[in-house]
Design a protein around this ligand. Structure first.
Ligand code: ATP
Ligand code: MG
Length: 623
């Protein structure tokens, strides 16, 4: 069952032989080592895996490598090839060839060293999607500094939390950035964040928006003034040297500072870029995620550049000034691999795709949240025109790269399923006692064997590392926190977070399923379902709905559809129409809604302050 990958695609795919699965399961070490050997190492590893200190797993032990060297130097003689094509929201464009990127990274690495950045320093990057942000990441990687990227849309308070939690000593930022036609003063937010924390020694500011900003004498430096010419020797780093810290989205709890390695991480994203995204050197990949999200790191920078492909990068809102700008960009640059999130797809679903030449697209990928069959089918039919397979990739900040997905030339696609565990991975769905569940039974998704992209640790918080991931099933089985089921053919379907499965009068009700059904009502543009405490029933389902037509009539339609498609048990106790949902890295932050409604705490992640007021006024138990 399922939709078979298009023939033209199969013929040119990186992976066409189904034996890859059995080969990888017979010899998983060789499977990973073969990919590792395609990268350049200064010294080979002595041991593939050291698991003697489980749950701290170390890969490619003894190997010496540099991620920047593999992404940039290795390709620098391609002086006629774009590493990065950038478009600003205001229409500006820039291209950096591999050689120019090499030059720029070398020069900025030297500037950082002069400021006192050393191997092991932690450098925060609070920046919009502009080329210098990629240069900054790679320059840190070159000199062995650990970068900590902070999404530019975060408030000063959220940025301050991350600076402090990661104990960053340096900060790279920009004067401002464009979003929906307006310029935000980022430097001002950065200054407030620095003030909250107090541990930042030097600040580098990139001029992007050309606005007036205050520069603190002795502490702040303009990027263009300190970046001169020169070559900087890449540091020879241990495979398990921390490349970066990335905070989880914070959808369910406080964001966690996930620390990733250099060697294992790079091997993982390099391999999966080839296996899953089918990347080749002549591709232009557009990963629509911001750099401040793990997807931006793994498949917007390190994966594609290690393969030698071209990265397309866009600064602003993908639906501004024209709702269909996404398609203008794909057409203009001939994007061949389009990697995006369901939220964006839903935003542009009404665009007339036949007004654009989208014939260059040969693969579509989605990530980050469940995708409903309607949106999946639209991507497959209207965007990819049934020529491009759609891969639905499941992974997490903590896993560094893809874990579960279709292999685009091999796995029949079932709309909304995430396919199977990738070769080299062992995934299972267990009940609370640790036994595998039967097909179609919902259970906890686990990964039974470590893999190279697995995080090294949670920054400064060994207790959480063990508690969240390695307590439920012991020190060798990674607990993902997601629930899922498998169909009779072994395809996996993500049901949501373990917490998204509510127990209502003994029935398991999935909040994601409710959301997907509600999305089937024509007037519903976005919806988030959460369980909130109720004086009478213990817990009720509350729906927060974005709709152009906020009316009782629409509310009734939603309730009726849920009762019809799932059952009376899933009937929402509360439907609230809101102009906007709180989001981080494109996905809804349910914790923020919960905190506003139940805890009366003002949510971050909202661009519209009225929504915060509205959410805080809701009195869940007095309906
Ligand atoms: P936090 O861990 O702080 O609560 P988060 O889990 O949202 O935040 P991420 O690491 O960005 O942070 O997201 C990983 C999660 O996203 C997964 O655990 C899963 O719930 C969801 N997810 C990722 N890819 C998919 C997918 N293809 N289908 C369904 N859900 C997905
Ligand atoms: Mg998570």
């Amino acid at each position: 069952m399922g939709i078979y990958p298009p023939k033209e695609f199969i013929q040119q795919a990186n992976v066409r032989d189904p034996a890859i699965y059995s080969r990888a399961s017979e010899n998983w070490v060789e499977f990973w080592e073969d990919f590792a050997r395609e990268l350049e190492w200064f010294e080979p590893w002595e041991k593939f895996l050291d698991d003697s200190k489980a749950p701290y797993f170390r890969f490619f032990v003894g190997g010496k490598i540099n991620a920047c060297y593999n992404c940039v130097d290795r390709h620098a003689d391609m002086r006629n090839k774009a590493a990065l094509i950038w478009e600003g929201e205001n229409g500006e464009t820039r291209t950096l060839t591999y050689f120019q990127l090499y030059r720029e990274v070398n020069a900025f690495s030297a500037a950082l060293r002069e400021l006192g950045v050393e191997k092991g320093s932690r450098v925060a990057i609070y920046m919009p999607n502009i080329p210098e942000a990629v240069v900054a990441m790679l320059a840190c990687a070159r000199i062995g500094a650990t970068h900590v990227f902070i999404f530019e849309g975060f408030s000063a308070r959220s940025a301050g939390f991350r600076l402090k939690d990661s104990r960053s000593e340096f900060l790279i930022t920009a004067d401002g950035y464009y979003r929906r036609g307006e310029v935000t003063n980022l430097k001002e937010k950065a200054d407030q964040a620095i003030e909250q924390y107090g541990g930042i020694k030097s600040v580098v500011v990139v001029r992007r928006a050309g606005i007036d900003v205050e520069m603190v004498d002795g502490r702040d430096h303009w990027y263009h003034e300190i970046t001169k010419k020169g070559y900087t020797e890449p540091e020879i780093l241990d495979s398990n040297h921390p490349l970066f810290i990335m905070y989880t989205s914070g959808s369910t709890a406080e964001p966690k500072g996930v620390v990733h390695s250099t060697g294992g991480y790079l091997v993982h994203v390099y391999a999966t870029s080839k296996l899953v995204l089918d990347l080749k050197p002549n591709d232009i990949i557009w990963t629509t995620a911001s750099l401040g999200w793990i997807t931006g790191h793994s498949y917007g920078v390190y994966g594609p550049l290690s393969v030698g492909a071209t990265v397309l990068m866009y600064e602003g809102a993908p639906d501004y000034p024209d709702k269909c700008r996404t398609f203008e960009i794909i057409e203009k640059y001939g994007v061949s691999v389009f990697y995006t999130v369901p939220t964006l797809a839903r935003m542009i679903l009404t665009c007339k795709t036949d007004s654009y030449d989208l014939s260059t697209i040969r693969l579509i990928g989605t990530v980050g949240e469940p995708i409903e069959p309607e949106t999946w089918t639209w991507l497959y039919r209207e965007v990819g025109r049934e020529r491009a397979p759609v891969v639905n990739t499941w992974w997490q900040t903590e896993t560094g790269g893809h874990v579960i997905s279709q292999l685009p030339a091999l796995t029949p696609m079932k709309p909304a399923s995430v396919g199977k565990a990738l070769p080299g991975f062992e995934v299972a769905i267990l009940d609370d006692g640790g036994k595998p569940v039967k097909p179609f039974e919902i259970g906890n998704l686990v990964i039974k064997r470590p893999f190279p992209g697995l995080m090294l640790e949670i920054s400064g918080d060994p207790k959480s590392y063990v508690k969240f991931y390695w307590s439920k099933y012991g020190k060798r089985v990674y607990f993902t926190g997601d629930s899922a089921y498998m169909d009779e053919e072994g395809h996996i379907w993500i049901v949501g977070r373990v917490d998204d499965v509510l127990n209502i009068s003994g029935h398991r009700v999935s909040l994601i399923e409710i959301e997907q059904v509600a999305m089937g009502v024509k007037e519903v543009r976005e919806v988030s379902a959460i369980g909130i405490p109720d004086r009478v029933k213990g817990s009720v389902i509350a729906l927060f709905v974005v709709s152009e037509e906020a009316s009782e009539e629409v509310g009734r339609k939603i309730t009726e559809k849920i009762e019809r498609d799932i059952g009376k048990i899933a009937k929402p106790g509360l439907i609230v129409f809101v102009p906007e949902l709180p989001k981080s890295s494109g996905k809804v932050v349910k914790r923020a809604i919960y905190d506003a409604v139940v805890g009366k705490k003002k949510p971050a992640f909202l661009s519209n302050p009225e929504v915060a007021e509205m959410l805080m006024k809701i009195k869940p138990s007095e309906r």
